[in-house]
Write a protein that binds this ligand. Structure first.
Ligand SMILES: C[S@@+](CC[C@H](N)C(=O)[O-])C[C@H]1O[C@@H](n2cnc3c(N)ncnc32)[C@H](O)[C@@H]1O
Length: 277
């Protein structure tokens, strides 16, 4: 049953509309977008939700926007267990994470499936902004790559990434690396690593790392380049960044994979590096 239907006896139409349109469920945590006007009823709203959905143990609300280089959007618990750590199940994998210490979006489930279905046997993959390992672990678990280098700058994300590699038994395929993708790509290059596939899921500023991705590319490397783009000029900005690179690149596909706000989309351009080496 829809949440608004469950709450219709305790909230009037205006209050129901102030509950927002979207609810995210991460593991046992349900996150609401509530407005100040219904703050006095929040605890009760949480209790009704907990009573209805047996798999939900925590009801929380968003506190502000996604911030900083770690891309964390914090929540505040309004009902249920006082915790923000949970285990989220997705695409045959389990991810332990703390929503207040790491980035994680359940809305990318089908995008992650799209990517792991493309992975071919024996590939070397670099996940430049791996977070708690969602793309990396799903590729390792559901496809058959040789090795995935998973990089993240956030210490907490790195801690969960290491745990998730173990939980999902992909220790032989995924190498967790703590650090700045700029520095790590240079180090990988020095070690002679050339990727078949690079995942660049930092849509806020991934254009600043395109040159770093090229350091570990070879002829035929597939790059999944995510960015937030305005619907008015959609892909042209990102296409221009790609065109301005020194290496030749062939755009294979362009797609949206979610909406951040009205007229702004999370997009992914898949392009292939074409070079002589
Ligand atoms: C949008 S999140 C994506 C996480 C993951 N790919 C996922 O889908 O759940 C971006 C991640 O990039 C990390 N990050 C930001 N800047 C970075 C950098 N310079 N080097 C490595 N990681 C970085 C953040 O800590 C964050 O976990």
């Amino acid at each position: 049953m829809n949440i608004k239907t469950i709450l219709k006896d305790m909230l009037n139409d205006k209050e129901l509309s102030e509950l927002g349109r979207s609810f995210d469920t991460v593991g046992e945590i349900m996150i609401l977008s509530t407005q100040k006007s219904i703050s006095k009823k929040e605890k009760k709203i949480g209790e009704v939700i907990l009573g209805h959905y047996k798999n939900i143990k925590v009801v929380a609300k968003w506190k502000g926007k996604t911030k900083g280089k770690t891309r964390i959007r914090k929540v505040e618990v309004i009902s249920g267990d006082k915790r923000t750590e949970t285990i989220h199940k997705e695409n045959n994998c389990r991810f332990k994470l703390d929503i207040n210490k790491t980035y994680f979006s359940p809305r990318l489930v089908s995008e992650r499936e799209r990517i792991y279905k493309k992975v071919k046997k024996g590939e070397i993959i670099v996940d430049m902004f791996a977070g708690v390992g969602a793309f990396s672990v799903e590729c390792a678990k559901n496809s058959n790559p040789k090795l995935i280098y998973s990089v993240d700058i956030n210490r907490s994300a790195f801690k969960y990434l290491k745990e998730n590699i173990k939980i999902n038994k992909v220790e032989d395929k995924v190498i967790p690396i703590l650090g700045n993708a700029k520095k790590i790509t240079s180090e990988l290059r020095k070690k002679g690593v050339k990727a078949d596939r690079i995942i660049m899921n930092l849509p806020e500023s991934s254009e600043n790392f395109l040159k770093d991705a090229l350091k570990i590319s070879k002829n035929g490397t597939m790059i999944h380049f995510y960015h937030f783009l305005d619907s008015s000029d959609m892909y042209s900005k990102a296409e221009n960044w790609i065109k301005s690179l020194k290496a030749k690149a062939k755009i294979i596909s362009k797609k949206t994979c979610g909406q951040r706000k009205p007229y702004e989309y999370r997009t992914c351009i898949d392009f292939k590096v074409e070079s002589d080496d």
